[in-house]
Design a protein. Sequence first.
Length: 66
Amino acid sequence: MKEVETFQRVHGRLPDSLSEIGERDGESGPVYYQKQKDGSFVVWYGLRLGESEVYDSKTGRWDERD
């Protein structure tokens, strides 16, 4: 997610939450964010019951997950 990566370049750290970068809930519902211990992060939101679209900063890709 570009906004989180830009924040990290500018501030030298990951944001504590998406609200720190001005991100609000997405059009189809809440967007979630989690910093990982290894310095990476994950962002996800629900598509439908039991399915999510997930961005993993390690891969730089969005993937659908059950």
